[in-house]
Ligand binder design. Structure first.
Ligand SMILES: Cc1ncc(COP(=O)(O)O)c(C=O)c1O
Length: 278
């Protein structure tokens, strides 16, 4: 596996990448992250990912001691080393310290892991979603934190049930999001997705897909989706940066077209947007 890692600006092959056992990300999950893609060293939707990373940092009062331009240059260096289609994981931890209380002046550790972007065959095959009641997946759904234990356990449960991804519902049986993806359903030609005041992350692919839909004249609706409404949905799909638009073929034993016509149109338009992005 051709992995490259930048640790606080120093690039090493993946097999040589090391970080301290005293790092708070390792000890407490006291870290934030982003995952984005690149094509031939060209970062896809960098500004959106950088903005979300700094917003996550602000929500957790985690001071990032690197300028966005330098972080971009470091990320581009890793993307160029990997070459071709790459996935890039940026992790910023609160630095080192064995005590739970953050130190007064912590120095962050920043790690950028780059590897070839390999599409899981399940993405092409269409997903089976496993519904789990998990109102809160992390302390703050709006911050992309590395502290993901509830989702790790939910995804393990989904896999045991033969599914590819989790679909979280809240205590009022409203759909939230996937374990690491945004959920959409199509009703009568209109694309519905849960609103941002729900306990979900604002997916960057979500934002782009909604823009693409509007450009194509496909109606969009950001409003709660009751779990029971899925029985009436014509199509469903999930989105994320590494996977793009993934058709959903089954939820709760109910089959959906794979892909449905609206999903296929949005996927083609989203892929074209990624291909044309500089
Ligand atoms: C909880 C959660 N929701 C949604 C997404 C999709 O976000 P994006 O489209 O920005 O990759 C992710 C991505 O990892 C996620 O972790």
């Amino acid at each position: 596996m051709d992995r490259w890692v930048s640790i606080n600006g120093r690039v090493v092959p993946g097999a040589e990448a090391r970080i301290s056992v005293f790092d708070r990300g390792f000890l407490f999950g006291d870290a934030i992250y982003e995952v984005l893609t690149a094509q031939d060293g060209r970062l896809i939707f960098w500004e959106d990912h950088a903005a979300r990373l700094f917003a996550s940092a602000a929500r957790l009062a985690l001071p990032i001691d690197v300028r966005p331009a330098d972080l971009r240059a470091e990320t581009e260096t890793v993307a160029a080393r990997v070459g071709g289609a790459a996935s890039l994981r940026l992790v910023v931890t609160r630095g080192e310290g064995l005590r739970l209380a953050p130190r007064d002046a912590p120095r962050c550790n920043r790690v950028i892991i780059g590897q070839p972007l390999v599409r899981d065959p399940a993405v092409e095959a269409g997903y089976v979603l496993h519904v789990v009641r998990l109102a809160q997946a992390s302390m703050d759904a709006k911050a992309k934190t590395a502290n993901k234990l509830p989702v790790v356990l939910a995804i393990a449960e989904a896999m045991r049930a033969g599914a590819d991804e989790v679909l979280r519902v809240d205590d009022a049986d409203r759909i939230l999001e996937g374990g690491t993806s945004t959920f959409f359903a199509v009703f009568g030609g209109a694309v519905h997705t849960p609103p941002l005041d729900a306990d979900i992350l604002e997916g960057i692919t979500r934002r782009k897909v909604l823009q693409v839909a509007e450009r194509l004249g496909v109606a969009t609706r950001e409003a709660p989706i009751p779990h029971a409404a899925l029985a009436r949905a014509d199509e469903a799909f999930v989105t994320s940066s590494t996977r793009g638009v993934v058709a959903v073929r089954r939820i709760d034993g109910r089959a959906y077209p794979n892909p449905g016509p609206v999903t296929a149109r949005l996927r083609a338009a989203y892929d074209a947007l990624v291909a044309s992005t500089r």
